[in-house]
Design a protein around this ligand. Sequence first.
Ligand code: ADP
Ligand code: MG
Length: 491
Amino acid sequence: MSHTNDSVVAPDVSSSAASTPESIWQAVLGELELSISKANFTTWFKSTSILRYERGEAVILVPNMFTRNWLQNKYHKDISKALQNVTGERITKISYELHSQAEAVEEQHKKMEEEKLREEQSTRTSIPVPVATMRTPIGSPSIPNATTALNSKYSFENLVVGANNELAIAAARAVTKNPGTMYNPLFIYGGVGLGKTHLIQSIGNAILSADSQKKVVYVTCEKFTDDFIKYIQNSKGREGDSSVFKQKYRTADVLIIDDIQFLSGKERTQEEFFHTFNELHQNNRQVIITSDRPPKAILHLEDRLISRFEGGMIADISMPDFETRKAILRSKCAEKDISLPEDVADYIAQNVQSNVRELEGAVARVIAHCEMNGTEPTQDLAKSVLVSAGSAERRANINPKQILDIVSGFYNIEIDELLAKNRKKEVVWPRQIAMYLMRVEAKTSYPSIGQHIGGRDHTTAIHAFEKVSKLLEGDESLQQEIDILKQKLYL
Ligand code: ADP
Ligand code: MG
């Protein structure tokens, strides 16, 4: 912990030889720990080490390729800066290598795959794989793909890769190749309409097309909850019926559950999901989860579930940048056999910044307008269509009431409670976020924010704004939380 002190004093080139690479890396970690959020630090740096450091060149060892990508893309500058501070040398090169343990694991996976293949080739019948004993034979014929609830229109092929989703896609592809082995669970999170459902359904479809015998179950969290409630109602006193629910979920090879944030506050369903999860996980079945926020930010979710979710691979999807939005636009137009002039595509990609679903909606509206009026799509037309639909100009019209709605929904707290004189921690924080958003997104004056938030004093609004702004500075997960709220606001 106090290692920073001795290593920092090394502006003299020769003295860096006195510190070992390990002590340099420890000092770098000490610096990084101070500058990034604890969650991110633990996720991305906990299992790193250093192989070599020599005159401004470092080789960092990472446990897997996702960490490598992540460090390269997101933390490269921070690492370089910290290294420079610690060594006093100009850092000219940092490379990231997988450490041997990780290689060994990957090697192991490869071997397992090869063995499996050999077994399958030598005999199609009964080599009893241990997990197979877990399956309860079902009387009915094997479940057709239709009942997996997967939509075949979602595939990796029609998912455009950008900086916003490339890690999530890489993780998804790894899971597709080796379900149940490497990243289990796979937890994907991001705001509304950014392609989470598309991505996880692509995994399901790809796994099925590689092996149609695999039992892939896709379910929304709401459907899971409904099924569970029905199961409880039906199974009262009738053991036979109760197994249908379990058979559906606990015998899946791949369970994909969408929008898990809706488990918030549902204690019994959480408990059931916990057992379902454990059973699948123990038997090396793949679990894939999406959420609109990271596990820790899901309110009223049991700690043991949070820690299960954090035990696998977590990847986020954010809003695509302009170039990626254009690529998505082109791909959607090609799918529908529509052509848009370059300047119109540019205009739409430039002005629809909330999410991909809205991007698709904007194209559809422009095209519909052209078809109805028998005109060609032009930039002016796109402009008028989008403005009247509210996409381009919506930012100006956000009002405090909408903010309260969004905040209330996101944190699962009644608006009344947000406005009440309630100082409970679960309420105070969302209330402060609401005030912050009113200031930033709706440009509401402090006195007016006070009014909207249950007749409070303007100083309360100022305090909330300042507090959230300050916290936002170094806290990436808070930044993400606010981004998600903003996205919901502009949907
Ligand atoms: P989410 O589940 O995150 O709310 P969806 O998966 O429903 O979002 O995506 C919304 C729409 O945007 C879908 O029609 C999806 O096909 C499309 N979409 C999102 N991201 C991409 C992408 N990168 N490439 C192509 N289409 C995308
Ligand atoms: Mg979705």
